[in-house]
Design a protein around this ligand. Structure first.
Ligand code: OGA
Ligand code: NI
Length: 333
């Protein structure tokens, strides 16, 4: 089956966009974004020596926004630059080379090159193509979904995955301490060293009507946390108290999203952030989120140390795979 890629649609959409990409007025970014920089997603320096202060900043950001940016995070800038370079090069290959990695239509797996097939609930499509593949742990990796071209794709992605562990461990430690748990308990609740890192590359081609379309509609991530690297084209928005705010592009920062699983384990103290992505009229936007997830058969629920008679569990305990199945079959992602 031939699937129409947004990258191709963008090539012949010079002034208008097809009807099925035009959002309702409730969603159109031009009508629903808070104008002027009133509030901003917090920026946290992870290298700050006073850990208690870092914990407090992460707790505040995770409770109020569910999103923050981190700087001095320990991943070499060169490693991130090389990750971005090869991802961009893949999407700039001719269509037939990308199609070699296409997700097969009936496939249960999320991995591969694709464009969302089904329309969302409101019948609208998102202005984006993507590539999904796991980057950690090695036993979970399917190299058939990793581009062979450019040739350094594999090396650069492996290097990024290797450097991510330091940030992931630091974030889970702070999130854990912030709940009054031992430093390792939040990570353990997510599967410890068996956590899976799923990389997605979002490729949002330039769009003649960025006021009417969306790259990704409003959603929360199912992951524990998501660590996202954007290119220099601003587009991410976070929702706080029912208002949409632009998330500033900060060179070399990583954008951390609290996902549904951290909200669940924290029994609602941390909030999984509602977010969406806009598109740009002149420039292609690209982003590289890594969804840090529990292993699919791990049961995730509110941490036993956080629930008692006065604080009953606010969420069900379920296997991560079951959580994803239920969410994907009920609401748009
Ligand atoms: C996502 C997502 C936002 C972005 O892919 O889940 O929220 O900035 N992307 O691309
Ligand atoms: Ni997301």
């Amino acid at each position: 089956m031939e699937v129409e890629r947004v990258q191709e649609i963008a090539n012949f959409s010079k002034e208008t966009i097809p009807e099925d990409f035009i959002r309702t007025t409730y969603e159109q970014p031009a009508l629903t974004t808070v104008q002027g920089t009133v509030l901003e997603v917090p920026v946290i320096d992870l290298s700050y020596p006073d850990e208690e202060k870092v914990v407090r900043a992460i707790v505040d950001a995770s409770s109020n926004w569910g999103m923050f940016q981190v700087v001095n995070h320990g991943i070499p800038h060169e490693t991130v630059r090389k990750l971005k370079e090869v991802g961009k090069a893949f999407f700039e290959l001719p269509p037939h080379e990308k199609e070699a990695y296409a997700k097969s239509p009936g496939s249960q797996s999320i991995e591969g090159y694709g464009t969302k097939l089904q329309r969302e609930v409101e019948g609208k499509k998102a202005w984006v193509d993507h590539l999904f593949h796991k980057i950690w742990p090695p036993s979970e990796i399917n190299y058939q979904f990793w581009p062979k071209n450019p040739p350094s794709y594999r090396k650069n992605n492996e290097e990024y995955a290797k450097h991510m562990h330091g940030v992931v461990d630091k974030l889970f430690r702070c999130l854990s301490l912030g709940l009054g748990l031992e430093g390792n308990e939040m990570k353990e609740a997510m599967g410890g060293d068996n956590m899976v890192y799923l990389l997605k590359i979002n490729y949002y081609p330039q769009c003649p009507r960025p006021d009417l379309a969306l790259g990704v509609p409003a959603h929360t991530d199912m992951s524990a946390i998501t660590i996202l690297v954007p290119n220099d084209v601003q587009g991410l928005q976070a929702c706080k108290d029912d208002h949409w705010y632009d998330v500033e592009y900060i060179p070399n920062a990583l954008i951390v999203h609290i996902g549904d699983q951290v909200e669940i384990v924290s029994n609602g103290k941390y909030k999984s952030v509602l977010h969406r992505a806009k598109v740009n009229k002149e420039k292609t936007r690209i982003s590289w989120p890594v969804f840090v997830e529990p292993p699919s058969d791990l049961e995730v629920g509110p941490h036993p140390k956080l629930v008692n008679g006065a604080n009953p569990p606010k969420f069900k305990s379920r296997k991560y795979s079951q959580y994803c199945f239920c969410k994907l079959n009920k609401t748009p992602q």
